[in-house]
Design a binder for this molecule. Structure first.
Ligand SMILES: [Zn+2]
Ligand SMILES: [Zn+2]
Length: 302
């Protein structure tokens, strides 16, 4: 009940802030923003493209920064790149590194057991798919998650983000209203805000712990779904999830020649540019070449 009241209170505050900001911006620059023609034609198509590319950008930042770098330490990014990704995630998902990393580390420690915050094996597929974001929110206060959170290193700015989660989306909402006016601003802001619950929480945690094939025997029910190529591209290669659970410290989720991980391709490009340091990459046990014994190959005793 307390959670519901807090949710209603925060929603009301956000609506109030958004309404006042939209009014002031509209009075200042006109009702259709700086780019009034942006959605005048092909609005549906443009909105679909916006959702497609925003999903890719946002889940890529989440996968590279929160997941592969800060939780599993498979890669280390240049501080400027890391900061850009954290600010992007703050604005588009209202999430902080401290919450995300501690909850995800707890997911690995308890994967598909009764303690897992978002296991479709325990809670059912529909529950994790549609209400996973509520479980994420609830898991923040779990004593074991808080213990992990306390041990995480954090800069002053990362602590500021964690304590002011709603400032990021307000800044994004205000920018969208300035650019496209209050109606399209609200449509785009709502679409952006739904990306993380639908694709990250619902997509990876629900589907990739339920459907798909397994390359590795793990104690959880993680699966690989990377063959859903478009979806896997959109969410930065995260669908080959059994590979990830078997070797979490690897910053590449590609374990077989036919699998593809766009996230690792980005990491390689950033590494070539000197903006990322690759720490761990999974390598299948190198097969020893077959030795053909011939008289010439016999070791000489001479
Ligand atoms: Zn998992
Ligand atoms: Zn992980």
């Amino acid at each position: 009940m307390n959670k519901l009241l807090t949710f209603l209170k925060v929603s009301f505050q956000l609506a109030l802030i958004y309404g006042v900001a939209a009014f002031l911006i509209t009075v200042g620059i006109g009702p259709d923003g700086l780019f009034p023609e942006a959605f005048a034609a092909f609005a549906g198509l443009k909105l679909a493209l916006y959702i497609f590319f925003m999903t890719h950008l946002t889940i890529t930042a989440m996968s590279l920064c929160f997941h592969r770098a800060h939780t599993h330490k498979g890669v280390k990014f240049h501080p400027a790149i890391d900061l850009v990704m954290q600010v992007w995630l703050w604005a588009t998902t209202s999430m902080s590194k401290l919450d995300w990393v501690s909850i995800h580390a707890y997911h690995h420690a308890t994967s598909d057991s009764v303690d897992d915050p978002h296991s479709p094996v325990q809670k059912g597929l529909a529950r994790v798919f549609f209400l996973g974001v509520a479980d994420y929110s609830h898991a923040k206060d779990h004593p074991d998650v808080l213990k992990i959170r306390k041990r995480l290193p954090a800069t002053a700015f990362e602590k500021f983000i964690a304590e002011n989660l709603f400032v990021g989306p307000i800044l994004l909402g205000a920018s969208l209203v300035v650019a496209f006016g209050p109606i399209w601003g609200l449509v785009l802001m709502t679409s952006t805000f739904l990306i993380s619950p639908v694709f990250a929480v619902g997509g990876v945690n629900a589907l990739a712990h339920y459907f798909g094939y397994r390359n590795h025997k793990t104690t959880d029910n993680s699966r690989n779904l990377g063959f859903l190529f478009i979806l896997n591209w959109m969410i930065c290669g995260e669908l080959d999830h059994n590979n990830h659970h078997a070797h979490p410290s690897s910053c590449s989720f590609r374990h077989k020649p036919w699998e593809f991980d766009i996230g690792f391709a980005y990491i390689k490009i950033l590494s070539w540019m000197g903006l990322a340091e690759i720490k761990h990459v999974y390598k299948p046990k190198a097969k020893l070449p077959t030795v053909v014994q011939t008289p010439e190959a016999e070791p000489s005793l001479a």
